[in-house]
Design a protein around this ligand. Sequence first.
Ligand code: MYA
Ligand code: JJ1
Length: 427
Amino acid sequence: EHDFWKTQPVLLSSNSNQDKYDRALKPDISLEKVSKEFIPISSEFYWCTVDIHKSSQMQELYTLLSHNYVEDSDELFRFHYSPEFLKWALDPPGQNPDWHIGLRSTDGSNKLMAFISGSEIEMKVNSVTKKMAEINFLCVNKNLRKQRLAPILIQEVTRRVNLCNIFQAVYTAGVEIPTPISVCQYYHRPLNSKKLVDTGFSHLPPGVSLAKLVMHYRLLPESNSQMPGLRLMTEKDIPQVRKILNKYLNARTKMHQIFKSDEIIKHWLLPKKDVIYTYVVEDINKTGKITDFFSFYLLPSLILKNDKSSGLNTKKVNPNNLINSAYLFYYGFNLEPASGVEIKDSNISYRDLNESMIKERLVLLMKNCLMIAKKENFDVFNCVKIQDNELFFDDLKFGSGDGHLHYYFYNWVIRDLKNRDIGLTML
Ligand code: MYA
Ligand code: JJ1
């Protein structure tokens, strides 16, 4: 059992009571002691660095992931990251290009067979601030599964991260391995019920007609809940959005990224067509003052089984073969304007605010978010049960999905976190 993970600095079970938390399991290693050689690999493969700035190599990564990345438990859908999305996800400011790691075939084709990536992230976890690596996009070609390639990729990324004097990592997965700090359920809000039912993404409840279901989920844009001053985020909003986001995450969660610079906020939140959508609410009485923002990203899923499609076998991806899913990214708000009460102390903590005020504001904000996603032609709006998200699920007709997202640290022990204490969203 867990022949690989039992050799790694992670707890092997969640009931392994520790006498000390918020600490490393294994001490840092001095640079001289970190191996300068690639992790040994079978002669069928060789290590490479994938240059995501070369469109041919980006195309290879896109192809590997489109055919082999994460699927749901019934193998009906597969995540379909676009090259533009991958460029965004894999190239934040300061990105180390050596952390885009591939395995290629030595059979003469040089085909990209596996991948793993890391990027640096400044994390705050239970009042400790730490530089970590954020690990994502681990993928092995379907024909090479169960050959213990994943542990080799993980060890190689660990080595390259250690070379940069970093000894902790954060990652998420759909599967359970040793040992999650939190397990969070996915939630879904249908926007295009017909397509979701046609493709098996959702089901007609017994005795409910499609017409009835469409009615149930309709979102009337002319309803009186539209927030005045809602608009796309622009460059000049960056400093205010950064302040709102850092304050919100720090007050309401126990593990989150610290957005250190305006440059980082610009990268992660400034709108990019078909990748990241960020909206702000500008106070109509005070020009330029931002009170709220929300963001979501486009991550389509390829429909693998459908009479009307044949998945990727048609060589070209037909947009009809995709579910256009919006995934909630970051949001935040100041409560003063919505509550209608003057709050004199600008240092007021969100913890001091009445939970029902937060819920009221968040339901309104997310309702506007859903209306925009609908207008932008998304089929479904997804998120996981983290942060304050559960506060809007019932009012806005989100339902639980069959997937779970497990959160992990490498070489960092903490007490388990409640879902609402998680403040990190990975792509
Ligand atoms: S999560 C997304 C992962 N990708 C997919 O799910 C895509 C589809 N699946 C595949 O491509 C393959 O099935 C993968 C496994 C590549 C996942 N995270 O090679 P194997 C363990 C960690 O024979 P395969 C993401 O990207 C498994 O328990 N470990 O298996 C975050 C077993 O170990 P043990 C995993 O199926 C990734 C061993 O691998 C995962 O052919 C974070 C079997 O290896 C998983 N998702 O390939 C990585 N799945 O025997 C960790 C299986 O012990 C980063 N396994 O149970 C750690 C921090 C590193 C940096 C540290 C810096 C300081
Ligand atoms: O998308 C997911 N599930 C869908 C489709 C299920 C298809 C059959 N298995 C789902 N649909 C129900 C929607 C319904 C709408 C009306 C209200 C009630 C709900 O449940 C799931 C998430 O739920 N997705 C996955 O399983 C994909 C993998 C998730 C793990 C991803 C890990 C990536 C980590 C990389 O960092």
